[in-house]
Design a protein around this ligand. Structure first.
Ligand SMILES: C[S@@+](CC[C@H](N)C(=O)[O-])C[C@H]1O[C@@H](n2cnc3c(N)ncnc32)[C@H](O)[C@@H]1O
Length: 406
C-alpha cells in the first residue's frame, strides 16, 4: 500500500489517511510518500518512496532499533516546530493563543538522568532501552542522548546485573549524574542479604558510584551525590525528581528569572529539592512548598550550606488536596509553580482568585498546562508569553515555561 504521511502525531509517529482511517507510520515524516504493509492501523516494512526535505541521517547508530528516541530522523528546526506546535494546539484547544519565545533545545549527550532496563544474559548482562513498541532490550553503548558520565557507568551496572539480576525478569536502573559520581537506583534485583550487600558496596567503591540504592534500601554510600543549584549544594533523596539536563534547567531558570523580574518575595510551589528556590534565594526571599518532606529537608540543608542567601522557608504540603489559598500568600510578589504531569488544577483555581502580580508556570504536560492556563485567564490573568524548553531531545516530551500577570 502506498500512502502519503500528512502529519506527525504527538507521540512522534507519522500519520497518513488510510482506507479505513488514520494509519501510523513510525519514523516517517509529513510529506513523505511511503510504501508498506498495513497491519491493523500500523504500517510495517516501510520503504520511503519520496523522502521529506526535513529528513536527516539519525546521528545515533542505534536509532533503527532503539525505542528511546522517536524523531532522530528529523532535523532540529523541524522538531522545534513540531514541539511548539504541540503546545500551540493544546492551548488552541482551550481557546488560547500565545506569544512564543524561541525554543531552547538541549544539546546531544546532555541527559544527566535516565532510567535504563537491564537483564542477565547467557554470557553476561544487557543494559539499554526497549525497542520501539516491544519489550525487547536494545544495548545502547553509543547512545547520543545520555551524558558520557552515564554511559561510563554501564560497566558497573552490568556488573551489578551479573551479580543480582535474573534471566527471567528485568531490572531497572535510574542513574543520575552527580558531583560525586553516578547516583544509582536499582530495582528488580535479588534481595540484598548482608553478604550480597557487601558485594554491592565493594562494586560501588571500585567503580566510583556515589550512592547505590538497591530495591529501595541504600546499599552503598561512597559519597553524598551532590547537585549544585546556584551557590547551594544539595544531596537529593534517592530517585527524586531533577530536571533532565543541566542546560534545560538553566533555560527554565532564565525564563523564570525573566518572568518574576525584581520580585523580592517569591513562593515556589512544587519546589522539589530547590532547583528554582535556591538560585532565586540569591536575590529574593523564597518560600518553598512541596509534598515530599525528604526533598524539603535536602533543600533546607543545601540552603544552610550556602552563603549570602536571602531567607528561605519550607513547608510540606499536599498542594492537590490543600492548595495555598489567596490569603496564605503573605505578600508574595511572584509565584513559581512547576507541578507534576497531572498539573495543578486546584492550586490554579486558588491562584486565579489571588492578587499575585506575576506567576511563572513551568510544565511538562501541554494538556494540563493549557487547562490550568485557562483557569488563570478566567481569573483575570494575561498570558504574556510561553517558551518551549526541549530538554527531552528526540523524544515526544515537551517542557514549558511561561509568564502570567495581572
Ligand atoms: C515537576 S517536579 C518539579 C520539582 C522542582 N520544581 C524542580 O524543578 O526540580 C514536581 C514536584 O511536585 C511534587 N509533588 C507531586 N505531587 C504533589 C502534591 N500533591 N503536592 C505537593 N507537591 C507535589 C513532586 O514531589 C515534585 O517534587
Amino acid at each position: 500500500m502506498i500512502l502519503t504521511v500528512d502529519r506527525l502525531g504527538h507521540l512522534g509517529d507519522g500519520i497518513a489517511q488510510g482506507p479505513d482511517g488514520p494509519v501510523f507510520a513510525p519514523q516517517m515524516l509529513p510529506g513523505e510518500v511511503v510504501e508498506g504493509v498495513l497491519l491493523g492501523d500500523q504500517l510495517t516494512d516501510i520503504r520511503i518512496l519520496t523522502p521529506s526535505a526535513n529528513r536527516i541521517r539519525p546521528p545515533c547508530n542505534h536509532a533503527r532499533t532503539c525505542g528511546g528516541c522517536v524523531v532522530q530522523q528529523a532535523s532540529d528546526p523541524f522538531v522545534a516546530g513540531w514541539k511548539q506546535g504541540i503546545v500551540e494546539r493544546a492551548l488552541e484547544g482551550q481557546g488560547i493563543s500565545a506569544l512564543f519565545r524561541p525554543i531552547l533545545t538541549s544539546p546531544p549527550r546532555s541527559r544527566r538522568r535516565a532510567t535504563l532496563a537491564a537483564r542477565r544474559t547467557k554470557n553476561g548482562a544487557l543494559i539499554g532501552f526497549h525497542a520501539r513498541a516491544s519489550d525487547m532490550l536494545v544495548a545502547v553503548p553509543n547512545c547520543q542522548l545520555l551524558h558520557p558520565d552515564l554511559l561510563a557507568s554501564f560497566p558497573a551496572l552490568e556488573a551489578m546485573v551479573r551479580l543480582g539480576g535474573s534471566r527471567s525478569s528485568e531490572m531497572s536502573f535510574t542513574v543520575t549524574r552527580s558531583l560525586a559520581g553516578p547516583d544509582v537506583v536499582a530495582d528488580g534485583g535479588k534481595p540484598a542479604d548482608a553478604l550480597f550487600q557487601m558485594d554491592l558496596a565493594r562494586l560501588a567503591e571500585a567503580n566510583g558510584i556515589a550512592r547505590l540504592t538497591w530495591n529501595g534500601e541504600i546499599a552503598a554510600l561512597r559519597a553524598q551525590p551532590m547537585q549544585r543549584f546556584g551557590r547551594a549544594l544539595v544531596a537529593p533523596p534517592p530517585g527524586t525528581f531533577l530536571q533532565a539536563t543541566e542546560q534545560g534547567e538553566q533555560a527554565l531558570l532564565q525564563g523564570i528569572a525573566l518572568a518574576v523580574g525584581s520580585a523580592r518575595r517569591i513562593t515556589d510551589l512544587f519546589a522539589g529539592v530547590g532547583t528554582f528556590s535556591l538560585p532565586l534565594a540569591e536575590r529574593a526571599e523564597v518560600r518553598a512548598v512541596e509534598g515530599e518532606a525528604a526533598m524539603l529537608a535536602a533543600l533546607d540543608k543545601g540552603a544552610r550550606s550556602a552563603e549570602g542567601m536571602h531567607r528561605i522557608t519550607t513547608e510540606t504540603r499536599d498542594l492537590f488536596r490543600r492548595p495555598l489559598e489567596p490569603d496564605e500568600f503573605n505578600g508574595a510578589e511572584a509565584v513559581v509553580i512547576d507541578p507534576p504531569r497531572a498539573g495543578a488544577e486546584a492550586q490554579s483555581h486558588a491562584l486565579a482568585r489571588s492578587t499575585i502580580p506575576v506567576i511563572a508556570v513551568v510544565s511538562c504536560n501541554p494538556v494540563t498546562f493549557a487547562r490550568d492556563a485557562k483557569i488563570l485567564l478566567a481569573g483575570g490573568y494575561r498570558l504574556d508569553w510561553v517558551q518551549v524548553v526541549d530538554q527531552f531531545r528526540w523524544s515526544s516530551h515537551v517542557e514549558i515555561v511561561s509568564r502570567f500577570s495581572r
